[in-house]
Unconditional design. Structure first.
Lengths: 352, 219
């Protein structure tokens, strides 16, 4: 059986968002500008209620206007002292690793060492045509750029040559980090080769579990740990990122979440081949064996504690928010997560 | 292990991404000997085989195919253009792939909508016998949704191909893994199993599956 790695790594309980456009109290979508400003408030509230990490996922669509999440994170950094701030995820394949390093190293400076990066493709594929990349080249782009990013993180001048960007020769990349490399993760949705890649470059592993049974990812954690060991690397933490919504009661959480979830997945299903959710499939996903953390603080806390144990993970990031939910509902979600879910997860795992 | 198990053909799974290791695992658990290969050195996928498909032998693709009775092609469809058809000449090849332009990028060879994607695959793999199945279920469900014969929850898969013997051997694999099968009569009819179709991504029992297909076929 997998065991959580709390002896080696601290338990970290965070929030992720894709910055979905929220609705006002009359059900009308807010502007992109207002959505961005609200997101800053959400990040600040997250620190106030005791959340450990706040992450923003890069997207480039009308529904998810967070194309430059690091700028938002910097605004949150200026108004907070303790919470760690990062991407969830940075679409590295269509970005320049040098620029990603520079932006997050700058965020690290602004925040006094609180920056983190999660690299991946995420569900965002819109960045490929936007920046002139071919999706079919995804593997090579990601492999080369992850390798360069690992080099950049070491600090010091970098010499690098590849097919996907201009070569670097003894290049000093600034700003330098103050206290060594900032934490970097690779987000993995189901590709075992990405698990091996994370181990090879010494990145931590973030399992993105957005549907189906979380337990099926347990072999991925074991694969990761074994790969690190065979490569002679030190152990690194494993995290879990999953969607959810917390409200006062199970019923309220489900009622608030379901219509927006249905709408969003229905839209994505057309292009990605997902099955359109039914009431039955939703009931499974929010139940003990599904991937959605939708419910009262007690329900969500129990599910987080159980799955961290099953997956041998020491970190959980709840992806909150779903297009069309109101800013108010999201603020309530954040408050309940910080004040009730987090302490309860810590209690459950301490006694477990 | 019974003697019947020993007579099952070896399965070669080509692809060690999202789908390949899952297919390898369920085939092993169904009693088949399984080899798994990626595009290069098997050393690179040994750990993947060990942890995600215990019992599957990591091999060079050519070695895996040589001993196999059924080859399961589980690579991203956009990689097919670089795939050497000679590698699988003379073999039964199960095409599990789908064409999703928003994910794969636009692939010219699959843009001809007069043909199903498996027909285009079959034309490219002209010396192989292509069967289409396993494409319309999510790779993460393939493991979880297996049920024994007679279970009311047992799902059905379509199996489309022009060669009755190849379809039968593939259907036996699917049945042993834990699903009912619905033969579709021809590879061309496999278009009904593609993304956007009535059975794609939808859990259906055998009767519901047949009904959904017959309704769709008449539209």
């Amino acid at each position: 059986m997998s065991r959580p790695l709390f002896d080696k790594f601290p338990l970290v309980l965070g929030l992720d968002t894709f910055g979905d456009v929220t609705d006002d109290e009359h059900g009308r979508p807010l502007s992109h500008a207002q959505t961005v400003r609200n997101l800053v408030e959400q990040g600040v509230l997250a620190e106030q209620v005791g959340v450990d990490f706040f992450g923003i996922g890069e997207h480039h669509t009308h529904d998810f206007p967070l194309s430059a999440g690091d700028v938002v994170l910097s605004a949150i950094a200026a108004r907070t002292n303790r919470i760690h701030l990062g991407s969830a995820v940075t679409v590295l394949s269509s970005d320049d690793p040098v620029r990603v390093f520079q932006r997050y190293s700058t965020l690290n400076a602004v925040s006094g060492g609180r920056a983190e990066v999660i690299l991946g493709r995420g569900s965002s594929i819109d960045s490929f045509p936007l920046f002139g990349y071919d999706l079919a080249d995804y593997e090579e782009l990601f492999e080369e750029k992850a390798q360069l990013f690992a080099e950049l993180l070491k600090g010091g001048p970098v010499t690098w040559k590849g097919n996907t960007r201009a070569p670097l020769h003894d290049q000093d990349v600034v700003p330098h980090t103050e206290f060594g490399p900032f934490p970097t993760w690779i987000g993995v949705g189901g590709s075992p080769q990405s698990v091996i890649r994370a181990a090879r470059y010494g990145f931590s592993l973030m399992l993105a579990i957005i549907g189906g049974s979380p337990a099926r990812f347990a072999p991925f954690s074991r694969l990761y740990r074994q790969a690190l060991e065979r490569l002679g690397r030190e152990a690194l933490p494993v995290g879990v990122h999953s969607p959810g919504h917390v409200a006062a009661t199970d019923e309220q959480a489900r009622q608030e979440f379901w219509p927006h979830y249905l709408e969003v997945i229905r839209r994505v299903a057309k292009t990605r081949g997902f099955a359109i959710p039914t009431k039955d499939s939703f009931a499974f996903e929010v139940g003990p064996h599904g991937a959605l953390y939708v419910g009262s603080p007690e329900t969500v806390a129990r599910k987080i504690a159980a799955n961290l144990t099953t997956l041998g993970a020491s970190r959980f990031e709840l992806k909150y928010g779903m297009g069309g939910l109101s800013h108010g509902a999201l603020m309530t979600n954040i408050e309940l997560y910080g004040t009730q879910v987090i302490p309860r997860v810590r209690e459950l795992l301490a006694s477990g | 292990m019974t003697s019947a198990v020993q007579s099952l053909p070896r399965i070669a799974v080509l692809g060690a991404g999202h789908t390949g290791p899952v297919i390898a695992r369920v085939a092993i658990e169904a009693g088949y000997p399984v080899s798994i290969a990626a595009s290069g050195d098997p050393a690179k996928i040994e750990l993947i085989a060990e942890f995600l498909a215990p019992g599957a032998e990591a091999r060079w693709a050519a070695d895996a195919v040589r001993k196999a009775g059924i080859v399961v092609l589980a690579i991203p469809l956009h990689k097919l253009a670089a795939f050497d058809p000679a590698l699988v000449a003379g073999k039964v090849v199960v095409d599990t792939m789908n064409y999703w332009p928003p994910v794969d990028g636009v692939q010219e060879m699959f843009e001809d909508r007069r043909y199903g994607t498996s027909e285009i695959v079959a034309r490219r793999l002209a010396r192989s016998t292509v069967v289409k199945t396993l494409n319309h279920i999510g790779y993460h469900e393939l493991d979880a949704d297996r049920r024994p014969v007679g279970s009311p929850e047992r799902r059905a898969f379509g199996v489309a191909g022009d060669d009755p013997g190849a379809v039968e051997a593939t259907a036996e694999l699917i049945e042993r893994i834990g699903y009912d099968t619905v033969p579709l009569g021809s590879l061309r009819a496999g278009r009904l199993l593609q993304p956007g179709g009535a059975v794609f991504g939808v859990p259906l029992g055998k009767t519901e599956f047949e009904d959904a297909l017959s309704v769709q076929a008449t539209v």
